[in-house]
Design a protein around this ligand. Structure first.
Ligand SMILES: Nc1ncnc2c1ncn2[C@@H]1O[C@H](COP(=O)(O)OP(=O)(O)OP(=O)(O)O)[C@@H](O)[C@H]1O
Ligand SMILES: [Mg+2]
Length: 260
């Protein structure tokens, strides 16, 4: 893969907490190809969220490096860090909308912060365009409050907010956790469609195997401080890594029991 084709690269990262007592990463390596949907899977507590924080430069490795579009994260330069973070949009678990704000206010929030000088009309136009892109009708949804929306619609609004500044890389932390099967399938499609429509790179932190097998171009499996598997969904299905296997087999068992 050419250097130009890489959005995020993590090189030999070590990270521990508690003065070195608790080692989360022990030589973590990951390459995220530009344009792809990459799922990072792994059991709870393995360090998936800590990895996201390293990609955003919110945490710094003890050793090793993280590169965004080939550039080192400028940890000591707060303006450089801000610039770097403009590459990213983020969809939080449970969408994390502000309950006392309308859909318009929620989605335009990053515009108010980062694109000062836009008129209200310009903002409404940008917000409408993003709502439409995630499958919501702008006229009927803009003035609603989150409490008036279904779970799936909230996800769409959260996604509209994540893309409103037109980032190049979209990060999702557990986008399907706690959703009903229909909404889950909708979110799977939304991840793929949004990635394509805006020519993005998407990184999805998850423990949802069916979602990953369906939506991912590449799957990375994080275990014991390292990426122990990286490959396509088809390759993942056939992995012989014991922990990844256990994950896949548990999922398979669960599905069989559901259909029994
Ligand atoms: N700031 C911190 N200080 C100390 N320990 C931390 C810190 N952040 C994370 N950890 C520890 O690092 C480990 C990895 O946490 P992380 O939240 O990344 O797991 P995860 O894979 O995202 O789990 P889950 O699937 O439950 O969200 C955990 O044991 C956690 O307690
Ligand atoms: Mg987490």
């Amino acid at each position: 893969m050419s250097k130009d084709g890489i959005a995020v690269e993590i090189r030999d990262v070590y990270k521990s907490f508690g003065g070195g007592r608790y080692q989360v990463f022990k030589g973590l390596n990951l390459v995220v190809p530009k344009g792809d949907v990459t799922f990072v899977l792994g059991p709870s507590g393995v360090g998936k969220s800590v990895m996201l924080k390293h990609i955003l430069g919110l945490l710094q490795p003890d050793s090793g490096e993280v590169l965004i579009f080939g550039e080192h994260i400028p940890y000591k330069d707060s303006r450089g860090l801000n610039e770097m973070r403009k590459h990213f949009g983020m969809l939080f678990q449970y969408a994390a909308l502000f309950d006392d704000m309308t859909v318009f206010q929620n989605v335009s929030f990053p515009l108010v912060e980062h694109r000062k000088g836009l008129t209200r009309e310009e903002m409404r136009r940008i917000v409408a365009e993003k709502l439409e892109a995630v499958g919501l009708q702008p006229e009927t949804s803009m003035d609603k409050f989150p409490s008036e929306l279904s779970g799936g619609m909230k996800k769409r609004v959260g996604l509209a907010r994540a893309i409103v500044l037109e980032p190049e890389i979209l990060l999702y932390d557990e986008p399907t956790t706690g959703l009903d099967p229909v909404t889950r399938a909708m979110v799977d499609d939304l991840i793929v469609d949004t990635n394509k429509r805006f020519g993005l790179t998407s990184i999805v932190i998850s423990h949802d195997i069916p979602s990953a097998l369906y939506s991912a171009n590449h799957i990375a499996f994080l275990f014991d401080g390292q990426i122990v598997f990286w490959g396509t969904p088809d390759q993942f299905r056939k992995t012989d890594h014991p922990m990844a296997r256990e994950f896949l087999d548990a999922e398979e068992r669960h599905r069989k029991e559901m259909h029994a």
